[in-house]
Design a protein around this ligand. Structure first.
Ligand SMILES: Cc1cc2nc3c(=O)[nH]c(=O)nc-3n(C[C@H](O)[C@H](O)[C@H](O)COP(=O)(O)OP(=O)(O)OC[C@H]3O[C@@H](n4cnc5c(N)ncnc54)[C@H](O)[C@@H]3O)c2cc1C
Length: 509
C-alpha cells in the first residue's frame, strides 16, 4: 500500500470519526437506552436485525417491524398440489453461520437431503452431465479443464476463509460504518478490488481460461444471480460458493426463520406500508433538543405515524423495491439510490418434462437430472431448470425420473410464452409464475455502495446487497447494524471501524 494511499485512508478515517462525534455532540443526553426502534421490512434482514437489536439493547426497548407484504419478503413458498415449494431464496451454504445459529435458537432443523444430479445445457444439447460416480465426474472434468476446477475450489475457499472473519469480529462486538470498511476488515484491499472488478476479470487475472469461464462459471452465475460472469467478483465468489456441496434449506421453508426471529425478538409486527420517514426535534427534560424519527405508514385501518429513537430500513431503496420518502433531512436522503434490481422470473410447472428439449436421447424413465444450468448464449433462453422437492420431505419421497410428473422451476429473465412451455414440457396441470426483482444488477465498477448510516440513528441494511445478495449477507448486515446502532448510541467508538482486527484478534477464539 502506498504512503499516499495510506494517508488518504487515514484522513478519511479521522474525518468519519469527526462526523460521528459531531452527530453525537448534538444529542449528548442519549445515554439512556432507546425506548422505541422501528425496522422497515420483515424479510430475513429485518427480522435478523430485530433479533440482534433485542440482544444488544435488552428487554426494555420496544421494537416494531413494519411489513407491507408478507413476512419473509424474498423468502417465499407456493402451494402446488398440496405441497409447499421454495420460490425465492432457496439454498444456504454450510458455512453460513448466522443462518445455522438461527435454526439452533429457533429449534428448527435443515430439510432432509434429496439426491440431485447436475447437467449443463447450451440451448441445443447437454454439454455436461454429472455421473453418479465421483471418480467418473473427476476424470471427465480433468480431461476437459485440467486442474481449473480444483483451482477454482481453492480460489473460492481462499475468499471464504477471509469472509469467515466477520463472524469473529461480530462475536467480539465489532461493527463497521460502511460496506467498504466491512469488506476491508474481512479481506483487505483485495476484497475492495474484487467488488470493483468483474468476476471474469478477477478469474482471468488468476490464470483461469475463458473457455472454463464460459463453460463452467457462467452457468453458475446465471442460476444464482441471473447474470453473466461480468457480475462483480465478490458476488461471483458467493455464487460459486453456492455451487459447492453440503448446501441446505430449512425444513418447512426458509421463510419460517423470519417469523421465528420475529417471535424470539419479541418485536411487534405492524402490517403496514411505510410512506415517509421524517426528522422531528423535541425539547428534552435536560433542556436541549433531541432528534426523533417520525415514521408515517398506511395499514388496514388507514394512515398513522409513530416516533422512534432508532430506525433501520431493511428493504432495498431502489426503484420497484420500495418507495419511502425521507423528509426534512440535510443533506437529503433519496428514495431510490442509483442502480437497479435484476428481474428473474420463477415459473413453477407441475408436469412432464420433454427430455428431447434438452437434446437428450435418454429415455425419460432413465433421466434423473434434477438441475440443468445453462450457458450464456442466445440459444439458451432460460437461466436454469430444476426439479423441486417440497419444503418438507414426505416419508418415502424420492424425486424420481423425468417420466414422472414433477414440479419444475424455471428461472428466466423474461416471462415464458405458452409456445416456450410447450417446447419444454409434454404436458402440465399447473403453471405458477412470479416475477422477482431479485438481486442487484451488478455492473462493476459501481460508483459507490449505498451507506449503512443514512442519518445519525437511521440505518440502511440492504446496502450490503451491492457487494453480494444472499440470506446470510442480510443476516450479517442485521448483526452489524445492531452492533453499530448500539455502539453509536452509547458512544463506544472503540468498537467501530477498527483497523487490523484480524491480527489483533488472532488467537482470541
Ligand atoms: C428468485 C430468488 C432466488 C434467490 N436465491 C437465493 C439463494 O438460493 N440463497 C440465498 O442465500 N439467497 C437467495 N436469494 C436472495 C435472498 O432471497 C435475498 O438476498 C434475501 O432474502 C433478502 O432479504 P431482505 O430481508 O434483506 O430483503 P427482502 O426479503 O426483500 O425484505 C424486504 C421486506 O420489506 C418489505 N417492504 C418494502 N417496502 C416496504 C415499506 N415501505 N413498508 C413496509 N415494508 C416494506 C417487503 O415487503 C419485504 O418483505 C434469492 C432471491 C430471489 C428473488
Amino acid at each position: 500500500m502506498s504512503l499516499r494511499h495510506l494517508s488518504v485512508k487515514a484522513l478519511l478515517f479521522i474525518g468519519l470519526c469527526q462526523v460521528g462525534r459531531r452527530g453525537f455532540a448534538s444529542a449528548p443526553e442519549v445515554r439512556e437506552p432507546p425506548k422505541k426502534i422501528a425496522i422497515i421490512g420483515g424479510g430475513i434482514g429485518g427480522t435478523a436485525a430485530a433479533f440482534f437489536l433485542r440482544q444488544e439493547f435488552g428487554p426494555g426497548v420496544k421494537i416494531e417491524v413494519f411489513e407491507a407484504g408478507t413476512v419473509g419478503g424474498r423468502l417465499a413458498t407456493e402451494n402446488i398440489g398440496g405441497y409447499e415449494y421454495e420460490t425465492g431464496g432457496s439454498i444456504i451454504h454450510p458455512l453460513n453461520l448466522h443462518m445455522k445459529y438461527f435454526l439452533d435458537r429457533l429449534g428448527m432443523s435443515p430439510r432432509a437431503d434429496v439426491p440431485s444430479k447436475l447437467a449443463i445445457f447450451d440451448g441445443k444439447e447437454l454439454t455436461f452431465e454429472e455421473s453418479d460416480w465421483f471418480i467418473v465426474n473427476f476424470i471427465r472434468m480433468l480431461w476437459r479443464y485440467g486442474f481449473y476446477f480444483i483451482r477454482m475450489n481453492m480460489w473460492v475457499e481462499g475468499i471464504l476463509d477471509k469472509f469467515m472473519r466477520i463472524y469473529q469480529y461480530q462475536q467480539f462486538g465489532y461493527s463497521f460504518s460502511s460496506m467498504e470498511k466491512l469488506l476491508h476488515a474481512m479481506g483487505g484491499d483485495g476484497f475492495l478490488t474484487l467488488v470493483n472488478q468483474t468476476l471474469e476479470e478477477a478469474m482471468l487475472a488468476e490464470g483461469f481460461s475463458q473457455v472454463f469461464l464460459n463453460d463452467m462459471v457462467a452457468p453458475i452465475t446465471r442460476v444464482n444471480y441471473g447474470q453473466s460472469v461480468r457480475i462483480n467478483g465478490f458476488a461471483g465468489a458467493v455464487a460459486l460458493a453456492g455451487a459447492e456441496s453440503g448446501l441446505w434449506a430449512v425444513d418447512g421453508g426458509n421463510k419460517l426463520v423470519c417469523s421465528g426471529l420475529l417471535y424470539q425478538s419479541k418485536a411487534e409486527l405492524v402490517p403496514a406500508r411505510v410512506t415517509t420517514i421524517s426528522i422531528k426535534m423535541r425539547p428534552s427534560k435536560m433542556g436541549s433538543v433531541t432528534n426523533f424519527y417520525e415514521v408515517n405508514y398506511v395499514g388496514e385501518s388507514g394512515a398513522a405515524h409513530s416516533m422512534y429513537d432508532i430506525v433501520v430500513v431493511a428493504t432495498p431503496l431502489h426503484q420497484g423495491m420500495s418507495d419511502i420518502n425521507f423528509s426534512g433531512f440535510s443533506p437529503p436522503i433519496p428514495s431510490h439510490f442509483p442502480g437497479r434490481y435484476h428481474q428473474t422470473v420463477a415459473t413453477l410447472v407441475h408436469g412432464l418434462l420433454n427430455v428431447s428439449f434438452l437434446g437428450s436421447t435418454e429415455k425419460p424413465e432413465d433421466f434423473y437430472v434434477s438441475d440443468v444450468l445453462t450457458l450464456d448464449n442466445k440459444a439458451a433462453d432460460i437461466l436454469s431448470l430444476s426439479s423441486l422437492s417440497p419444503v418438507k420431505i414426505p416419508k418415502g419421497y424420492t424425486p424420481g425420473p423425468a417420466s414422472k410428473s414433477k414440479v419444475w422451476k424455471i428461472f428466466s429473465s423474461q416471462p415464458l410464452s405458452q409456445q416456450h412451455l410447450q417446447q419444454i414440457f409434454l404436458s402440465w396441470d399447473s403453471v405458477w409464475e412470479k416475477s422477482w426483482l431479485a438481486y442487484p444488477s451488478y455492473n462493476p465498477p459501481h460508483r459507490r455502495t449505498p451507506p449503512f448510516i443514512l442519518h445519525d440513528r437511521l440505518y440502511y441494511l440492504n446496502a450490503v446487497e451491492w457487494a453480494a445478495s444472499a440470506m446470510e449477507m442480510s443476516a450479517i448486515s442485521g448483526r452489524n447494524l445492531a452492533l453499530l446502532a448500539h455502539h453509536r448510541w452509547f458512544q463506544q467508538t472503540g468498537k467501530i471501524d477498527q483497523e487490523d482486527l484480524h491480527t489483533r484478534l488472532r488467537g482470541e477464539l
